[in-house]
Design a protein around this ligand. Sequence first.
Ligand code: NAD
Length: 254
Amino acid sequence: MDNLSDEIVDKAARLIAKSKYCTALTGAGISTESGIPDFRGPQGLWSRVDPKVATHSYFIDNPKDFWSFHLKFMEFRNVKPNDAHIALSKLEKLSVLKYVITQNIDGLHQQAGLKNVIELHGNLKTASCIYCGRKYSYEEVLEIIGREGLPPRCPVCRGILKPDVVLFEEPLPYDAIATAYYESSRSDLMLVLGTSLAVYPAASLPETVKSHGGKLIIINLESTQKDYLGDIVIHGKLGIIVPMIVRRVEEYIR
Ligand code: NAD
């Protein structure tokens, strides 16, 4: 249930304005208003598709079917950042927001102008050969698919190409997760935005913030698995709430 009020917006803005090291953890929910479905929200993909399509073993066993599913995600490369992405970018320009740690693979934070983004689950920009490791841009992958069909294979060694996103059953890139834990440990405030906090290790980052004495503002359409940790918890749409809060922060730091 939506609990948005001027009072809670003000409380969140004051906390952000007086923070010394504010970071954000974002999930698929921040991009739904750009038109990309999330996994576990009310219109989430997992209500229509079996989550096994995003596992590494499914990719290895059924590369053609895996790529048919993945191509649908690649179409989302043409969508645009929404008001929540843009407001976060403004918060970075104000030197309030230091880092965004995202579980998203859509690149919308960077498109909105954010500079300090840690991508925990990779991105849609490239795919790599599982045999020789050569990397191809998605434009090149689409060309290969147009020429030879699915699954795309490396033109050099004929190995199958895998998108450079982290699938279920795969480890996270070491640098990304190590930096994410470091940035969380030094955050006196983390904004937790549009994530069900069901996917680990990302879901443990808010606990890292709390265990180092930091605070959490959790904003999500529905309850998350970690609402009990939130110093402020707001249920509602990010595209409305984040810009409201950032406008208020601007007033406080002016
Ligand atoms: P999730 O699907 O588990 O949770 C998303 C949460 O966002 C839900 O609780 C939902 O209620 C909430 N939400 C949806 N729309 C919202 C809105 N407009 N305002 C506020 N909240 C909203 O997503 P997750 O926690 O990020 O974990 C799922 C995994 O899915 C991640 O690993 C991510 O890599 C991947 N994923 C990424 C994208 C993307 O890149 N855009 C899209 C789908 C899934």
